[in-house]
Design a protein around this ligand. Structure first.
Ligand code: EPU
Length: 439
């Protein structure tokens, strides 16, 4: 059934919201859990379709997984790994499942994983992952759309990444946990999710130094050093940034809990330049507010700690009604302006030339029927619907469900008029229908 949001825009968001565990961290932690024989418990696991897909991948390898949604925990018992294959049917649903390649190489020294192919936002190649594994001594064949990697032993080596790729850094960290000797990844990605994965791997007995800098050293350890453990995922900085954009865009005021503000320095700085107020309440809580029309800013998306590409679409939505002209340069992906045609349909004035977008602020957006083409573009359209005058329908919510847990519920708690419905449950803003439409 096609799920949609109906949003009546123009409400000022106020109140409190708590941020869930980081999607882009937890997916890797779940995969990494198969390295340690026995029961590993991951806490702060959000309820997302991407998490379910990763659990399906792991279950097919023979691990036993229990998702305790009430306590936001997952128990992975990987005592027996009986398969080394990640099927195309699963990998094609979520390219992050390609991370299982490094985990399987660590645990089994062999893996057969479907190649993810391109996706809507860009080509998204995996050549650095493959080249890095070969440098560690794996023999790799690509056949029938699958990567078949095998190694009698993996030997630590120096690996230089052309781009600080998040996925390649993670796959290579995973693969070298039990390699002979030390592996040094140069020009490594520095994202908080990389640090989280390294911390988890160190918790299960690995020896990884330098995560969070551009040189990560993985000193290979013997298999008997690796043991299962309990670990708590970091908060989702992109979910936090999305709520901050929604509050600022509606000129509201809200407390955002369970956030690591240091993970959002660049984004926070841009919001402050635009006229938002951000106050630190305690180390994991901020208050964000905005009274007046925002000012335009320019920004370029960059690997961490630069402006995050995953918040580019939300920032673009804010620029659509800001005072002046803002220029966005998207430097990570070839096609990450998927929100532009629908924002234009809502009245935005955006000129796009390849990876540049020039956004001239208009006084107001107006509600329209729009389609979530990908996860972050979809979230940005929800934010646009909250800002716009009148009614917005956002279709194809399965994209948004990949990365936002109970998005409509959390927004309603802040006072947004948003309801979830499908063709059978007509959306309405009165509270009983909201309950009926919610899931
Ligand atoms: N690249 C290559 N070759 C490679 C690997 C990457 O050319 O072997 C290129 C990609 O094509 C891309 C750039 O390098 O243009 C960066 O890709 P990266 O590998 O860093 O990204 P990723 O690991 O595929 C993760 C997040 C993305 C986020 C990026 C950048 C997960 C599951 N995904 O992707 O998140 O945009 O890092 O920060 O961690 C999202 O959550 O909406 C999302 C797309």
């Amino acid at each position: 059934m096609a799920e949609k949001y109906k949003i009546h825009g123009g409400e000022t968001l106020r109140g409190e919201v708590s941020i869930g565990g980081a999607k882009n961290s937890v997916l890797k932690l779940l995969a990494a859990a198969i390295i340690a024989k026995g029961k590993t418990i991951i806490h702060n696991v959000p309820e997302l379709t991407d998490v379910e897909i990763m659990l399906s991948v792991i279950k097919e390898l023979g691990a036993n997984c229990v998702h305790d949604k009430e306590h936001k925990s997952v128990i992975i018992d990987s005592t027996d790994i009986t398969s080394i294959t990640a099927r195309y049917e699963l990998v094609s649903k979520m390219r992050a499942s390609f991370i299982i390649l490094g985990a399987l190489m660590s645990r089994c020294r062999e893996a057969i994983v479907a190649l993810p192919g391109g996706c809507a936002i860009g080509e998204r190649r995996v050549d650095f992952h493959i080249k890095g594994l070969e440098t560690l001594g794996a023999k790799i064949k690509i056949e029938n759309g699958y990567v078949h990697a095998k190694a009698s032993k993996l030997v630590g080596a120096d690996i230089y990444l052309d781009i600080p790729s998040v996925g390649a850094t993670e796959n290579l960290m995973l693969a070298s946990v039990m390699a002979e000797g030390s592996t040094r990844i140069q020009n490594a990605a520095r994202e908080p999710e990389i640090i989280d994965l390294a911390n988890f791997l160190n918790t299960i007995g690995a020896d990884i130094q330098g995560a969070g800098t551009s040189e990560i050293v993985i000193n290979g350890v013997k298999a008997d050093r690796i043991h299962p453990a309990e670990y708590t995922t970091i908060p989702d900085r992109i979910e936090a940034g999305t709520f901050m954009a929604a509050v600022v865009g509606t000129r509201g005021k809200a407390i955002i809990k369970n956030i690591y503000p240091a993970h959002l320095t660049f984004f926070n700085d841009k919001l402050v330049q635009m006229g938002a107020n951000i106050k630190l309440v305690d180390p994991t809580t901020i208050e964000v507010s905005c009274k007046n029309r925002l000012n335009s800013v320019n920004f370029v998306t960059q690997p961490y700690p630069g402006f995050p590409t995953d918040l580019q679409a939300m920032a673009m939505t804010l620029l659509t009604t800001s005072n002046g002209v803002g220029i966005i340069t998207e430097s990570l992906y070839e096609n990450r302006f998927m929100q532009v045609p629908d924002l234009r349909r809502m009245g935005a004035d955006i000129h796009q030339d390849r990876n540049h977008a020039i956004v001239k602020g208009v006084k107001n957006l107006t509600g329209a029927n729009v389609v979530a083409c990908d996860l972050r573009a979809g979230a940005a359209l929800v934010v646009a619907g909250l800002i716009a005058n009148g009614e917005t329908i956002v279709e194809k919510l399965h994209h948004v469900d990949r990365g936002y847990e109970k998005f409509d519920e959390k927004l309603r708690a802040l006072g947004a008029k948003i309801t979830r419905f499908n063709d059978e449950t007509e959306g309405s803003y009165n509270s009983s229908a909201i309950l009926k439409g919610a899931n």
